[in-house]
Design a protein. Structure first.
Length: 84
């Protein structure tokens, strides 16, 4: 059996897993990513330093979808996590 070193998930798969983890059984939800931004002087060597920015994913969450949320980014908790 091969030694698997990486798994990749689609946006919808991550959204579905989070809806299940949160125990949501109704409503439409979408994924939320919170980004952090930091400015810094960057470069491979001291003589090649330039102003730059680093962007990090500071958090991942769920947000209740609104009427104009893009359909491709929304999941229905009632369909993917039916109440027992």
């Amino acid at each position: 059996m091969p030694d698997i070193k990486q798994y990749e998930f689609t946006y919808k798969e991550v959204l579905e897993a989070l809806v299940k983890q949160a125990g949501l059984h109704e409503g439409k939800w979408q994924l939320v990513l919170n980004f952090g931004l930091a400015a810094a002087n960057m470069g491979p060597t001291p003589s090649q330093v330039v102003p730059g920015a680093a962007v990090a994913v500071a958090g991942i969450g769920l947000m209740k979808a609104v009427a104009d949320s893009p359909e491709a980014l929304v999941i229905d908790a009632g369909e993917v996590n039916r109440a027992a």
